[in-house]
Design a protein. Sequence first.
Length: 120
Amino acid sequence: MKDMSASQIRNQRLFLVKGVHTLIWIFYNVVIFYLLYAVISNKIDVWVWICLGLVVAEGIVLLAFKWYCPLTLVARKYSDSTKDNFDIFLPNWLAKHTKTIYTSIFSLSVIILIYQLYFR
């Protein structure tokens, strides 16, 4: 069996990091869109509070890493790419704007939650 080159090992490790990063991104999509659905439909349950906690925890992690996902920093070890999606299996435009898009959806969800709790 032929030994793998350093480049192949780097590519495999980058692929693994991108896969894990993408799975976590999908998980947070479920979290954020469940939160939005629940507050719009006024189905405020324990899952709403869990979702809020998960998103706040993610925000704390991003804040601690100067607005970078720790997986981005790991992926940087295996790639010199300057593309926004070098570390995740997403279209480049979505990778570039993910924080803005999902922060907006989360903020809207919190505003609707406050409305549902205090004005209905």
